[in-house]
Write a protein that binds this ligand. Structure first.
Ligand SMILES: Cc1cc2nc3c(=O)[nH]c(=O)nc-3n(C[C@H](O)[C@H](O)[C@H](O)COP(=O)(O)OP(=O)(O)OC[C@H]3O[C@@H](n4cnc5c(N)ncnc54)[C@H](O)[C@@H]3O)c2cc1C
Length: 471
């Protein structure tokens, strides 16, 4: 059989796009393509909001494929079992997929590759989720990087491989294997009331990602450096959820950024540097996978953080009822949009781990459940950066003061008013949306009185510093 007639499975992981997709391109070059998404218990043990967002992404990809004359085949089960079943149902001779870098996925990849090859199939994994894969970036002595700046200095001059175009021809297989029904997977069910609120604030799919990229270049890029910390300003790209599901590739972002710079758009360097932070997080996760669950730095295991999630103060933090304006606004933005401004993430995380003395893992788990842009590497790195237990971390003794931060990054209190209804005669819809997204059993109402801070800023800071100095 000539190579041009081989039917291949494109096993879709976190690369729900057609442009710059090495796995899809390799599959399409051989002949007909079966796009297959496998919902695995092990790797897709996602929280409520990421599951909902995955459903949106799958819907968008299914439509996109339909326009190309293909189908999105959905199956639930262990990857290897499903792949073998689809191979036997269709006579496919090759499987191509994009590599992931978390320990569970790496393990699955290695097993699948070995088993399929032993079955006599062509089984290939491909790059494309990062600017540079973690195993390709090394220090002069062959080690991995533990600090961002030297990491960035090493990779920035290397440039980035040019993104691949969408395959010119996508052929369907002679017969389609059976597919499960996306709605039967009930990926939205854990969101309950929140799903319809989130839907108002997010757009999924490859076309949506490119629309955001264009808007960023046209309207935001030149002012990114100045605006990226101003929490009430739409100054950043908003691409994190699209990147989390691979609806746009970082290589495409890089190439588009370089082209825009060449045509005179200014200010892209700090933005591309942030995309570099994403690479760095994956680099750290690949080389030190323990960072997903444990303190990256030794010596933090005995720190007197509480990990009791049933405490009333943890509930107050989650529901934006700490009485600290910046923290409460941030936590409500999360409920309503499934996202939180980066500056707000830092402040909310700092208040939890320092003033409240609650373990970063409690916050990390809450974000993993609530963020539509949840990314295991970015989330763990972000939390450990704030908590002080990470490799390239803010020192623990640098305690953010949420009030000072709000004055600096929301001087007109627009962000606060956008998200916190209590005390406003005519609260905006964004602030009222919060009550639609939380469970009714929370018993919260916009007419409630703002609480006093559950941990005072001065008292909390002093307690955190005392705990740190006796660490
Ligand atoms: C406690 C904490 C938890 C976080 N959890 C996540 C998470 O689960 N998923 C996630 O994507 N980001 C996470 N971040 C990083 C950051 O807050 C978001 O990536 C950013 O807010 C996304 O907004 P944007 O797309 O407009 O970013 P832009 O400023 O436009 O940046 C472009 C892209 O660069 C990447 N990026 C930007 N900042 C960072 C950063 N600090 N670390 C790693 N990558 C970055 C993102 O992919 C982002 O989309 C976390 C940060 C903190 C402090």
């Amino acid at each position: 059989m000539s190579d041009s007639t081989v039917t291949s499975i494109w096993w879709i992981r976190r690369d729900l796009r057609l442009v710059d997709n090495e796995a899809l391109t390799a599959a399409a070059a051989k002949g007909p393509v079966i796009p297959l998404f496998i919902h695995e218990a092990r790797s897709d043990a996602l929280g409520a909001a990421p599951r909902w967002r995955l459903e949106q992404s799958l819907k968008a990809l299914a439509l996109q494929l339909e326009h190309k004359g293909l189908r999105l085949v959905l199956r639930k089960g262990e990857a290897l079992d499903v792949l073998r079943a689809v191979v036997s149902e269709t006579g496919a001779r090759a499987v191509h997929w994009g590599r992931l870098y978390d320990p569970v996925s790496r393990h699955i990849d290695a097993d699948v590759k070995a088993a399929l090859r032993a079955d006599g199939l062509a089984a290939e994994s491909h790059a494309g989720q990062l600017l540079h894969e973690p195993m390709t970036v090394k220090t002069k002595v062959g080690d991995y990087y533990k600090v961002f700046s030297p990491f960035w200095r090493a990779i920035e001059p290397l440039g980035v491989a040019a993104p691949l175009p969408e395959p010119a021809k996508l052929l369907p297989p002679a017969a389609w294997p059976a597919s499960e029904n996306l709605l039967d997977w009930t990926l939205s069910s854990a969101m309950r009331r929140g799903a319809s609120v989130l839907a108002r604030h997010s757009t999924a799919g490859e076309a949506a990602a490119w629309a955001k990229m264009t808007r960023f270049l046209d309207e935001r890029a030149s002012n990114y450096k100045a605006a990226r910390d101003q929490v009430a300003t739409a100054g950043t790209s908003d691409l994190s959820d699209n990147l989390a599901y691979g609806e746009i590739s970082p290589r495409s972002i890089w190439a588009t950024g370089q082209a825009a710079t060449a045509s005179g758009v200014r200010g892209l360097e700090p933005f591309l540097r942030q995309v570099g932070w994403r690479d760095f997080a994956h680099h750290l996760m690949f080389h030190t996978p323990h960072m997903l669950k444990d303190n990256w730095r030794e010596g933090w295991d005995s720190f007197p953080w509480s990990e009791d999630e049933t405490e009333a103060k943890v509930w107050a933090w989650k529901y934006g009822r700490t009485g600290v304006d910046f923290v409460d606004a941030a936590m409500r933005e999360l409920w309503v949009t499934g996202k939180m401004h980066n500056r707000a993430r830092m402040v909310a995380a700092s208040y939890l781990t320092k003033h409240m003395m609650v373990h970063w893992r409690v916050g990390e788990r809450w974000f993993a459940d609530q963020l539509i842009d949840f990314d295991p590497a970015n989330n763990a790195m972000g939390w450990q950066w704030v908590a002080g237990s990470g490799p390239d971390a803010a020192p623990y003794f640098r305690v953010f003061n949420p009030d000072t931060q709000l004055q600096k990054f929301d001087p007109e209190r627009r962000y606060f008013k956008r998200w916190v209804a209590e005390g406003q005669r005519e609260a905006p819809e964004t602030a009222l949306d919060f009550y639609e997204s939380i469970p009714k059993s929370a018993g919260l109402s916009p007419k409630a009185v703002r609480p006093q801070p559950i941990v005072g800023l001065k008292e909390g800071r002093e307690r955190a510093l005392a705990a740190y100095s006796s660490k």
